[in-house]
Design a protein around this ligand. Structure first.
Ligand SMILES: [Zn+2]
Ligand SMILES: [Zn+2]
Length: 211
């Protein structure tokens, strides 16, 4: 497994919450188990849920800071995460499996294992691709995060669904603007006609007065 692929854990964890629409799908042990399915069988406690939520807040800050160009802040938060959740690689063949790598052996909690992998993966991606590749969805009010791996650094949305939604909204806004411009033009035309009519009346009036 490539180290960079662990960054997916950071994205998945951050996207369990949508603070702007008050959605949160990481509040119970069952939900945490779902998120932690990548870690294999594990026992999950309420303390793990709380720890994952705390890690989530800090990862969110990394994405938000990177998105708004505050790279030093993103680096600071990411480094503090890696310091608290260091990776401790060990090669093992436990339980008859073939030799494989455990990244966070001996971490005190399953949340810590997840946090170590997520922070490490995100750091690898951010340094190899650039911090500007850490994105926050531009289809408001969605604020889900993503890592832009497109070749032309053009990704703006978390998903195809949000891209479609944004395109439809932009199309509607354009139509509305066009309708408004057309109405304004019609109004101007009517005003011009009224002015011309009034002018004609005045001319007619002055003409008759002159007689
Ligand atoms: Zn193993
Ligand atoms: Zn989105």
């Amino acid at each position: 497994m490539e180290l960079a692929s662990y960054a997916d854990r950071a994205v998945s964890l951050v996207n369990t919450a949508d603070p702007y629409r008050h959605r949160d799908t990481l509040t119970t042990c069952e939900q945490a188990k779902e998120l932690l399915a990548t870690e294999g069988r594990c026992r999950v406690t309420n303390a793990d849920v709380a720890e994952l939520r705390a890690i989530r807040d800090r990862l969110r800050e990394v994405f938000d800071a990177a998105e708004s160009g505050r790279v030093p802040r993103a680096v600071q938060v990411l480094n503090s995460l890696m310091k608290q959740y260091p990776i401790r690689p060990v090669v093992t063949d436990h339980d008859g499996a073939s030799w494989h790598l455990h990244l966070a052996e001996g971490a005190p909690t399953i949340a810590a294992v997840y946090g170590a992998k997520a922070a490490m993966g995100l750091a690898v991606q951010a340094t190899e691709l650039g911090f500007d590749r850490l994105g926050v969805c531009q289809a408001a009010p969605c604020r889900e995060v993503f890592i832009d791996t497109s070749t032309n650094r053009s990704r703006r949305y978390c998903s195809d669904r949000c891209a479609t939604r944004a395109n439809v909204a932009a199309y509607r806004a354009r139509r509305k603007e066009q309708a408004r411009a057309a109405a304004a033009a019609g109004e101007a035309e009517a005003t011009a006609a009224a002015t011309a009519a009034a002018g004609a009346k005045v001319m007619a009036g002055s003409a008759s007065a002159g007689r």
